[in-house]
Design a protein around this ligand. Structure first.
Ligand code: GLC
Length: 562
């Protein structure tokens, strides 16, 4: 591992406002698929650095970089073999420093992904654990257990992997190790003080380099229930929403390998580490937890700053559900003094331009493919996506965008089976398509090889031919394009301070219309398919064409009283 303090800290973004994150629009970069400078078909840090100006022009405040650490890439880099170095496929630490410096020079903050729940099986810690004897301190960094049954040939308990199949793998010496995800991603033992102090050092390594914060992977899963008891979700299903003790995760209600109180001590420790570097560095939790009132525990004043609002992401395009989730979000986060966040897409879910064109939303991580996409209406999806994004960007709090949504990119549903890389595709024998369809490399210039993603035309996942028309250069400056919708919405959001206002619901609108006012801007989202009457006022932004006085179906507008 590289030692602390080798580099000079990077230039930081000059700001008077340490609370920048409360209102920020944060753009998620999935490095494999953003831009490829060296032409090998996999995106890299130099590719990102060279394209930063287009993000500044879009008007976002910050980037969140998905993992770029040394990794065998079995889970797109969420399998980290060295937390303090850059994988050669993405570049070098010097490339990272340059990217950070250039981003800061453009006024863009940079938060990076940290993956503490598990490492790669190629990490030196895990290799040492394999070489050491059962019961050794090296094994105690992970979750090794003896098997059950008379000869130990059955796994220690019945826990299943989030990616499908058993969550335990047996070694030749008979012991088993736990992995919530792929077998190449062994879970670390967060009850081990050595693991905890190593991660505090890892945080300092990146904070010293100048990062503005961390997005924390699986932030609800790091401590497992004492004794690792079997999981019987059927006893709890049906009690969610009735029994306040039942908390829902993506994996089911109250899994014993998640939601343990001990995780909160870790966040308090981390918060103190961040404070060593000033008061403007942030932690954002990936904690797929419902209800929102429970998720708020992750953002209490001495824990994390933000948590992704997956309840909002999972809400169908329906006015009453949207009003409810907006109210619940503002009140749940507000109850602990945190701003709400908003998000519609990321690298784990079906892109919202496709998701909102489906009758039934797929479960997170299932993806979309030829077998499951039959009911997809792409035009409807794109129209609703623009409307949903314009609604989201008018809400107070911080909004997360996923690369390519500003181009209206759809999920790619017809990837050839042999191109798929997501471990959940392999671990379920192709039952789940997984997440590759939202990770296809971005189109930049419509007539260039790989649409400008790489100069050689190489692309680790094939790009659909139709993406030529969605390339950034085809949309730039074109009125009515998704790119211009996002650009103008971000500029207006800043101008009218929408990230920092408050929501007032407006009465008197048809039930299908979400009608609110924030900082003097009237926001109307018509979730129905039929047009309704639109009140007077100057049209600031609209997600679709509309005649004066009319708000079309599946359309959002922002209006200013005259
Ligand atoms: C998180 C990441 C996902 C990854 C998983 C395991 O959910 O967002 O992409 O596969 O954790 O690290």
């Amino acid at each position: 591992m590289t030692t602390l303090g080798m580099s000079e800290p990077a230039r930081m973004v000059a700001t008077e406002d340490p609370l920048w994150w409360r209102t920020a629009v944060i753009y998620q970069v999935y490095p494999r698929s953003f831009a490829d400078a060296d032409g090998d078909g996999v995106g890299d840090l130099r590719g990102i650095a060279d394209r930063l100006e287009s993000l500044a022009e879009l008007g976002v405040d910050a980037l969140w970089l998905c993992p770029f650490y040394t990794s065998p890439q079995t889970d797109g880099g969420y399998d980290v073999a060295d937390y303090c170095d850059v994988d050669p496929v993405f570049g070098t630490l010097a490339d990272f420093d340059d990217l950070l410096d250039r981003a800061h020079g453009l006024g863009l903050r940079v938060i990076i992904d940290i993956v503490p729940n598990h490492s790669s099986d190629q990490h030196a810690w895990f290799r040492a654990a394999l070489a050491a004897a059962p019961g050794s301190p090296a094994r105690d960094r992970y979750l090794f257990r003896d098997g059950t049954g008379s000869d130990g040939s059955a796994p220690p308990n019945n826990w299943q992997s989030t990616f499908g199949g058993q969550a335990w793998t047996q070694l030749p010496d008979g012991q088993w190790y736990f992995h919530m995800f792929d077998a190449t991603q062994p879970d670390l033992n967060w009850r081990d003080p050595g693991v905890r102090s190593s991660f505090r050092q890892i945080l300092r390594f990146w904070l010293h380099r100048g990062v503005d914060g961390f997005r924390v992977d699986v932030a609800h899963g790091m401590i497992k229930a004492e004794g690792m008891p079997d999981y019987h979700p059927q006893d709890l299903i049906g009690r969610f929403g009735v029994d306040p003790g039942v908390i829902l995760t993506k994996e089911g209600p109250n899994p014993p390998y998640m939601l343990q109180d001990g995780v909160h001590d870790i966040w308090r420790e981390w918060r103190a580490v961040l404070a060593e570097y000033g008061d403007d560095r942030v932690l954002c939790a990936e904690a797929w937890v419902e209800p929102l009132s429970h998720l708020a525990r992750w953002v209490r004043p001495d824990e994390m700053h933000q948590a992704f609002n997956f309840s909002f992401l999972e809400t169908p395009w329906d006015a009453s559900s949207l009003r409810q989730v907006i109210d619940d979000s503002i009140s749940a986060f507000g109850s602990v003094g945190a701003p709400s966040t908003w998000v519609l897409s990321n690298h784990d879910v079906v892109r919202h331009a496709s998701r909102l064109g489906l009758v039934q939303q797929p479960a997170p991580g299932d993806g979309l493919g030829p077998r499951t996409a039959s009911g997809l209406d792409p035009e409807l999806g794109l129209r609703r996506a623009g409307a949903a994004s314009l609604l989201m960007l008018a809400l107070p709090g911080s909004a997360y965008l996923y690369q390519g949504e500003e181009l209206g990119l759809p999920e790619v549903v017809d990837l050839p089976d042999d191109a798929r890389r997501d471990p959940s595709w392999f671990r379920t024998g192709g039952v789940r398509y997984g997440r590759d369809g939202c990770r296809v490399p971005l189109p930049w210039e419509g007539t260039e090889p790989a649409f400008g993603f790489s100069r050689t035309g190489a692309s680790w996942l094939p790009q659909p031919r139709e993406w030529s028309a969605l390339a950034r250069d085809r949309q730039r400056g074109v009125a009515g394009s998704t790119l211009e919708l996002y650009r103008s919405a971000l500029a207006l959001r800043r101008e009218h301070g929408l990230g920092g206002g408050t929501v007032t619901w407006l009465p008197g609108y048809p039930p299908d219309v979400v009608a609110l006012r924030n900082n003097g801007v009237t926001v109307l989202a018509n979730t129905g398919s039929r047009a309704v009457e639109r009140p007077g006022g100057r049209l600031l932004a609209g997600s679709g064409p509309g005649a004066p006085g009319v708000l079309a179906g599946d359309t959002t507008v922002w209006l200013l009283e005259e």
